[in-house]
Design a protein around this ligand. Structure first.
Ligand code: ATP
Length: 352
């Protein structure tokens, strides 16, 4: 493995006119790792990827790829000289070239034939080299695009929503296959998606973007279970928040009393992040809320509960728990559950 990271970016900034789209972004991606960039629509994911690719010039900061400066205030190495491979949502393969010719595009002629058959084997298209793109399914076209992008052995592969034109079942299959392939080859990847499940599945690390900034970069488990900001918690996992009043050893919430393990100052107010799988539920005339709605999700019911203090929380329950809308219920949190508390939008953690 290379001693230096495949991608380094510092203070990357980009505006379009008055609109600041990327600001103060720092990246450090070791070779062989997959970074998933996740965030709501318009947060700047694609622009950041285009800055890495060289399709946009940056306004501030710098980008190094494979230890070469490719962008700063005086440098703009064009995309074809950055050692990046690119896979887009819309495949972008040449319609008038066969599968094999598409994959051979950009390879040195002498070694092309052998390399093309190797790449086609890797992406599972060994028998389809002579087909034309219009004779392929969407999934097969995306495999061609992937084989072509991997052909010149790029220092980093940039993927922008590569599976979003595929139907749900194929998307899952491609995720699994492509991830195994990329990890097997030790490819360094930046992968843009707005789909949280996809980001958690694909990424060795996940960067959560908001309004042009990266709020948190961490392992999938850490961004999900240890969100550093309220935004990250809210964005991942359908999180609700309930107010909690801090006492010396307890948190008083509308979902019951929880232990206080954080040394928060007594009498302060915090918010506790609550996910639908944390919220327990039972019918109870003397409960603390009522069922505002119930939705059948196939594998579970999703209940929406209006608590007596006016807040709304969600709870997933198995089919065996069947409670009608309007019913009075008790909703509570298991006191053994580790909860994340937020103060002024920032998570409060125990000191490490
Ligand atoms: P999505 O998930 O919807 O693709 P995104 O996070 O990838 O969103 P970007 O495509 O990077 O977001 O766009 C960020 C913002 O920059 C948006 O407000 C977009 O309208 C704006 N923008 C992007 N490209 C340009 C451009 N060439 N000129 C002006 N504004 C642009």
């Amino acid at each position: 493995m290379n001693a230096f990271p495949a991608v380094v970016g510092q203070h990357i900034g980009k505006s379009f006119g008055d609109l600041t789209v990327v600001q103060g972004v720092n990246l450090r991606l070791p070779a062989g790792r997959i970074l998933a960039l996740l965030g709501p629509s318009g947060c700047g994911k694609t622009t950041l990827l285009r800055l890495l690719a060289g399709f946009e010039t940056l306004d501030s900061g710098y980008i190094d790829i494979d230890n070469q400066r490719v962008a700063d205030d005086r440098t703009h190495v064009p995309p074809e000289r950055r050692r990046v491979g690119i896979v887009f949502q819309d495949y972008a393969i040449f319609p008038h070239l066969s599968v094999a010719q598409n994959v051979a595009f950009g390879l040195k002629r002498s070694a092309a034939a052998e390399r093309v058959s190797h790449l086609l084997r890797l992406v599972g298209l060994d028998d389809l080299g002579d087909r034309m793109p219009h004779q392929l399914s969407g999934g097969q076209q995306q495999r061609v695009a992937l084989a072509r992008a991997l052909g010149p052995a790029p220092a980093v592969l940039l993927m922008d929503e590569p599976f979003s034109n595929l139907d749900a079942a194929l998307r899952l299959e491609m995720r699994r296959e492509v991830r195994a392939l990329l990890k097997g080859m030790g490819t360094t990847v930046v992968f843009v998606t707005h789909d949280q499940e996809e980001a958690l599945f694909m990424g060795d690390e996940v960067a959560i973007m908001r309004a042009g900034r990266i709020e948190q970069v961490d392992t999938p488990e850490a961004v999900f279970h240890r969100p550093r900001t309220r935004f990250v918690a809210e964005f991942l996992g359908h999180t609700d928040f309930v107010a909690a009043q801090v006492q010396e050893r307890q948190l008083l919430t509308s979902l019951g009393v929880l232990p206080q393990r954080l040394s928060l100052p007594a009498d302060s107010l915090v918010e506790v992040a609550v996910r639908p799988d944390d919220v327990r539920l039972a019918v109870a005339a003397d409960g603390n809320g009522y069922i505002a709605s119930r939705h059948f999700l196939g594998i579970a019911y999703l209940y929406q509960i209006r608590l007596d203090d006016g807040s709304l929380v969600h709870s997933w329950q198995p089919h065996t728990i069947n409670i009608p809308e309007g019913a009075r219920v008790r909703a509570w949190l298991d006191p053994d559950e580790t909860v994340t508390c937020f103060h002024d939008g920032q998570a409060v953690f125990l000191p490490d």
